[in-house]
Design a protein around this ligand. Structure first.
Ligand SMILES: O=C(O)CCC(=O)C(=O)O
Length: 274
């Protein structure tokens, strides 16, 4: 199978000097990613205009809005506003989901929430054009998200599939509902209790499709390590300590995320530490 929509991944560093996006929005047939969470004060101790949002992450008030304005121009001001508000809402929601996950694993509401309170998350918009040969083409190839938690909004067209019991199963869009996926980083944080899931997106020849994916990620340099209560004789450590920045580098430069990403990453980490 070939890939119809290459996941163009515009990583927008969370620094005041935003990197240039490769193309104007009207030219993108693919996807754009932004990080709503600004870098921690530690890495930009003197940056002005930053404040801690009520939802917890450190964000300069209009970082995303300003990015769209600077990169794409005035005609995208409204788009930037909407994108900014969407990212803030997703960040807030993802922290609330972390509370539920913490309670489910007996580490309390604050256990994981505090860990992600400041975060370096990513937002991506996917656009899947019509495809003449959907039987031979994938919109997004099979992968597990290396991030922590994904909140996906798909439009009415549908195309998301999840591998379950060896079969690709369609996740039909439900109006007013999100799809929430566990990612590899949360699998590590939960010491393997929660599993990340393999998924892909298929295309079709009748209707274009759009989806919005918010990826909750830890702060770049924070050590990902499960709480002590999740590690014991029956549950030894499954993955070594790592930082999100190292896993991000691994999946961007060395490895296409699949079901074995964390195992391959652990080996790569060991080798690079020798
Ligand atoms: O568009 C979809 O349904 C899935 C998108 C996805 O897996 C991704 O952006 O990583």
């Amino acid at each position: 199978m070939s890939s119809c929509v290459l996941p163009f991944f515009a990583w927008i560093p969370s620094s005041p000097c935003l990197s240039k996006i490769n193309r104007k929005l009207r030219d993108w047939p693919v996807s754009v990613a932004a990080t709503p969470a600004a870098s921690p004060a530690a890495s930009h101790p003197s940056s002005l205009g930053r404040r801690l949002f009520p939802c917890g992450f450190s964000l300069s008030p209009n970082v995303i809005h300003d990015y769209f304005l600077q990169t794409l121009g005035h005609e995208f001001r409204h788009f930037g506003d909407v994108y900014q508000r969407y990212c803030e809402a997703m960040s807030k929601l993802s922290l609330e989901i972390m509370e539920v996950l913490g309670v489910s694993l007996g580490v309390g509401k604050r256990g994981f929430r505090d860990f992600f309170e400041r975060n370096d998350s990513i937002m991506r918009l996917n656009y899947y054009p019509l495809c003449q040969r959907p039987d031979q083409t994938l919109g997004t190839g099979p992968h597990c998200d290396p991030t922590s938690l994904t909140i996906l909004h798909q439009d009415h067209v549908g195309g998301l599939q999840v591998l379950s019991d060896g079969k690709w199963r369609t996740i039909r869009p439900t109006p007013n509902a999100f799809v929430v996926n566990i990612g590899d980083t949360f699998m590590a944080l939960s010491n393997g209790r929660y599993k990340s899931c393999l998924h892909r997106a298929v295309v079709n020849s009748d209707e274009t499709r759009k989806s919005l994916a918010f990826f909750l990620c830890p702060e770049m340099s924070k050590i990902v390590r499960p709480p002590c209560s999740l590690v014991d004789g029956d549950h030894p450590r499954v993955y070594p300590d790592f930082t999100w920045s190292a896993l991000l580098e691994f999946t961007q430069k060395h490895y296409r995320a699949d079901t074995k990403t964390l195992d391959a990453f652990a080996e790569w980490l060991l080798k690079s530490q020798k």
